[in-house]
Design a protein around this ligand. Structure first.
Ligand SMILES: [Zn+2]
Length: 468
């Protein structure tokens, strides 16, 4: 209380230079407990069991589907089973998209089936037309107006494997903006090489968005071997493809952010936040994306609970991340006035690969505490890499409002072999890596909860909208 009065006084006396904040520190006793916690977590299989339970008992859980509702019930029950002190839900409403059927084939002299999947948000419809191949999005954007009239655009860009998954900005960009660019050139349909890295004949879906004012066209991805096949066929002459998608938007749905808390022993109103997203795409069972994030965050908080953390540990199983961060935005809207209470947050939404990097945007006065946490993560082979991370998707909206974030970076080399495709199943997760993930989160959550002082969460004015 005294500190907030002092802070208000400082805000009023803007003529006075701001006093440097007291450095935030991590007590030695907490660092010692973190050693125990790390060892416990590495030998514990709660993260695996939670991930197995969600992917097995619920399976795929497209936002707004019947399975999504079962996932909400599952998360509430799982928090209670794991002994969380408080469990509740907060509603999240969004447009509902459905996939009903999808198929495509090459027609004409080289007729043969293609393995395709509709992009999330795609319009339904059947089109049969010649394809025009573009090596990347820029080439499609450079095509003359009207040049794709009566044609299907085919963007044939291959993502490369990267530790940080960096090529997704191109692959995901094609998926997001490609269909609108194709419509502007007059195309009847849109095809893209899967935004992925697997040589297997599975296809990566994911949300696309049509620009306002454009009439949506059917938009789909083809598997990488099928894209190779199309590229070879195009060299032989004109290629005609028939694409038939039955899918589309169907009203609104309401799902829920499911929240579980371990009440802090001495600072119950101060929150260290973690989580993952509860929804998934519908082709696999959403194991790496993002049952793993749910398993890691629930298990880490459950292990930390045994050490009776000073601050409250809050785990959020976010609703509908996949179709546009609806859960993260709803959370930020509901908790916009509580930025300062959210002392720091880290979300797991990049699979279950070995965590190799730690970063945070904590304020200067908390740098020492961040270094101490980095030191406690080092035995897990996690390196302190300032300037490399960012807040994961669902905590992004709160971070924009001024909440301090931390980043625990998973090795993403193989992430896009599985991301949003039918191969995203439990067997792809290495239990040892998952235990390391849980250990890293447990150490972070516990030490952040025990830190003497804050990490710099401060409400920020919303950025001015262009034109205002
Ligand atoms: Zn995800």
């Amino acid at each position: 209380m005294r500190r907030s009065i002092l802070a208000s006084a400082l805000l009023l006396c803007t003529a006075l230079p701001l006093q440097a904040a007291t450095p935030t520190t991590i007590p030695d006793a907490a660092l010692k407990t973190a050693d125990t916690l790390r060892a416990q977590a590495l030998a514990d299989d709660t993260g695996w069991k939670v991930t197995e339970s969600l992917t097995t008992e619920v399976g795929p859980r497209l936002a707004g589907s019947e399975a999504d509702a079962r996932a909400v019930a599952w998360a509430q029950a799982k928090f209670k089973e794991l002994g969380f002190d408080k469990v509740w839900t907060e509603p999240v409403t969004f447009p509902k998209w459905e996939r009903r059927s999808e198929n495509a084939q090459v027609t004409g002299a080289h007729a043969q089936p293609l393995v395709v999947t509709a992009l999330g948000g795609s319009a339904g419809g059947t089109v049969e037309a010649q394809i025009v191949r573009f090596p990347d999005l820029a080439a499609l954007q450079a095509a003359p107006e009207g040049s794709l009239a009566g044609k299907i655009a085919f963007v044939d860009f291959q993502m490369q494997k990267k530790l940080d998954g960096g090529d997704y900005r191109y692959g995901g960009g094609i998926r997001g903006r490609g269909p609108s660019e194709a419509i502007k050139k007059g195309a009847l349909g849109f095809l893209m090489r899967s935004a992925g890295t697997t040589p297997h004949r599975v296809v990566n879906t994911g949300i696309t968005r049509y620009e306002a004012g454009l009439t949506p066209i059917p938009a789909a991805a083809v598997s990488i071997p099928d894209a190779d096949q199309l590229a070879r066929l195009v060299k032989l002459g004109p290629v005609t493809v028939k694409l038939a998608l039955d899918c589309g938007w169907d009203g609104e749905a309401t799902s829920y952010n499911v929240i579980g808390e371990i009440t802090g022993r001495s600072k119950p109103k101060e929150i260290v936040l973690t989580g993952g997203h509860l929804d998934s795409w519908d082709l696999g069972t959403g194991a790496i994306d993002d049952a793993a994030g749910i398993g890691i965050s629930m298990a880490a908080a459950h292990l930390v609970a045994k050490q009776r953390p000073a601050r409250t540990i809050r785990v959020v199983a976010f609703a509908n991340e996949e179709q546009g961060l609806y859960g993260g935005q709803a959370y930020a809207k509901a908790h916009a006035k509580e930025i300062k209470q959210h002392v720091i947050a880290a979300e797991s939404d990049f699979g279950a690969g070995h965590i190799y990097a730690f970063d945070s945007n904590a304020a200067d006065h908390a740098k020492g505490a961040i270094e101490a946490i980095a030191g406690a993560l080092k035995p897990l082979d996690v390196a302190h890499k300032p300037g490399t991370g960012d807040p994961e998707s669902d905590i992004g909206p709160m971070a924009q409002l001024g909440m301090t974030w931390a980043f625990l970076g998973h090795d993403g080399t193989n992430y896009f072999d599985l991301h949003h495709n039918a191969d995203d199943t439990l067997d792809k997760i290495d239990p040892k890596d998952l235990a390391q993930n849980v250990a890293a989160y447990a150490v972070f959550l516990y030490l952040a909860s025990e830190a003497k002082g804050d990490f710099g969460s401060t409400p920020k004015a919303a950025p001015a909208k262009p034109g205002h």
